[in-house]
Every structure is written in structure tokens, then in C-alpha cells.
Design a protein. Structure first.
Length: 137
């Protein structure tokens, strides 16, 4: 529910952001989100917090850690170096993602071969003769 001054309750923020209230409380406890204002002991959030939660969600989907996200979100509006920090984090993450993609391609090829397998038993199946083929590269 939005109160008279435009502030959101945790329930309303959670609903609008598509996140459970427990996630919002967790983000506050680890410093990703600032502690909210309280009215009569109840958390109140400015509407801008919806955008901040969307940024957190997008950054997590891109593989950024909460520490990295906290660093980026801690930037002041006039912090021109913030975009450079984003680039640095992205450049550091790209090789990790490339490795994941390569690993997924190996697994996909193996699963495609397994789905077409006509071996009479696992003991005779060539898919299990080279277990290193599926090992991490």
C-alpha cells in the first residue's frame, strides 16, 4: 500500500518488484539496499526503490555478485567513474561466461548423442568410455 506521502510498504514494494519481502529484508541486512525509513516501526520505501530492485535483479542475472552490485549501487549520481567500474566488472565476468557457454555446449552435444543412443546396455555404450570428455575444461 502506498501511503499519503508516496512511500511504499514492504509488501507493496515486493509486489511491484516481483520479489518476496524476505529478499528485500535480506538485501537490507547485507547492505545492498539501504535501511529504509520507518513510520510507526514499519518500513517505508520511496518509489525509486522499485528501479533499484530491477537493477539488482538484472545484475544478478548477468552473474554479478551482491558485493559487485553493492559497489555499483553505492555510486553517487555524479560519480563518472561508476560506469568504468561497471566495464571492469563486465570485462572480468566475460571469460567466466565464455567458459560456461563452452561447458554447456559440451554437455549439449553429449545429451544429444545420449538421446539418440541405441546401445543394448550402459556397459556397451561408447558414451561412457571417455568420462573425461564431460570433465570441466
Amino acid at each position: 500500500m502506498t501511503n499519503h506521502d508516496g512511500q511504499l510498504t514492504i509488501g507493496e514494494l515486493a509486489r511491484r518488484a516481483g520479489r518476496p519481502p524476505s529478499t528485500i529484508r535480506y538485501y537490507e541486512s547485507v547492505g545492498v539496499l539501504p535501511e529504509p525509513e520507518r513510520l510507526s516501526g514499519r518500513r517505508r520505501y520511496p518509489p525509486e526503490m522499485i528501479r533499484r530492485l530491477a537493477v539488482i535483479d538484472t545484475a544478478q542475472r548477468a552473474g554479478l555478485s551482491l558485493d559487485e552490485i553493492t559497489e555499483l549501487l553505492g555510486a553517487r549520481p555524479d560519480d563518472t567513474a561508476a560506469i568504468e567500474r561497471l566495464r571492469t566488472i563486465a570485462e572480468r565476468k566475460l571469460p567466466e561466461v565464455e567458459a560456461l557457454i563452452e561447458r554447456a555446449a559440451v554437455v549439449r552435444r553429449w545429451l544429444e548423442a545420449a538421446s539418440a543412443c541405441e546401445c543394448p546396455s550402459l556397459d556397451e555404450c561408447a558414451l561412457f568410455e571417455a568420462p573425461a570428455a564431460l570433465a570441466s575444461r
